[in-house]
Design a protein around this ligand. Sequence first.
Ligand code: C5P
Length: 311
Amino acid sequence: MTVREPVVVRAPAKINIHLGVGPLRGDGFHALHTVYLAVSLFDTVAVRPGEGLSLTLSGEGAGTTTGPGQVPGGPTNLVWRAAELLADHAGVRPDAAMDVVKRIPVAAGLAGGSADAAATLVALDALWGTRAARADLLALAAQLGSDVPFSLTGGVALGTGRGEQVSPVLAGGRWHWVLGIAGEGLSTPAVYAELDRLRATGRVPDGTEPTSAEPVLAALRGGAAGELARSLANDLQPAALSLRPDLRRALRAAEAAGAVAAVVSGSGPTVAALAGDEEGAVRLAAELAGVGVFRSVRAVTGPVPGARVVS
Ligand code: C5P
């Protein structure tokens, strides 16, 4: 029997450098106008031939129970669903042994589950020789989650619809960030629901005019960290802060530690702190690790590519 080498794919975490949230749509999702940036923190998915599907998880947050901070190990995992969806699309039997190594923290607003799903689509497309067209992979990705198409494309992209319609954005630089990762995750639906609640009570604007992405798009073209810092925006931030008031202290700590700006990433609770340059990021990471408000800190750069075969 020949043992084939596994196909290994890595896919990046994302931060939303702009997240304009429109009104709640009839299908339970919010209309988005977001700018995604893929950063250098990766999960890997390795796939080998198998009989039926199997899945192992290791690394940060891997577990067998559900809820924020834990990843389900079985058929409800997005990786498993990605495998079934691709097999169905391509008309092949869903046979594969899948191993996921998680480095992207779970329920952190960094699209770790989406990265795993995107990596699985790319890995199994190679293992099974299904040669799915790029547009088909993007459509399958959109069925798996709003952020999954971006995890396939990576780089910098504008996300519209519910976030699943991605188009590349011109970026004139590479930026250094420090991610401050909180001890306990936040559930994405809970943060969106909190935004709806705050909007209904008039405590934040109602969403008919979500924050414009124009300033951040102009800053991306220019490339200067200072300009980007002034244009970071996240309409979900008040909702994340409402559920987790300690995040205010985390944002202040990042700014006091020398970040040119700090913003909650996506639905949080990760804080993305922008540094002026690489040296600044190393200093900022050391400072933030010392203040005791984050479980861990990671210095990352972006943009980086989306899900890619690495072996
Ligand atoms: O698409 P995804 O499965 O990642 O979305 C998870 C949840 O986040 C949705 O069920 C919804 O509650 C919320 N969401 C939303 N509007 C979006 C994206 C996600 O309300 N554009």
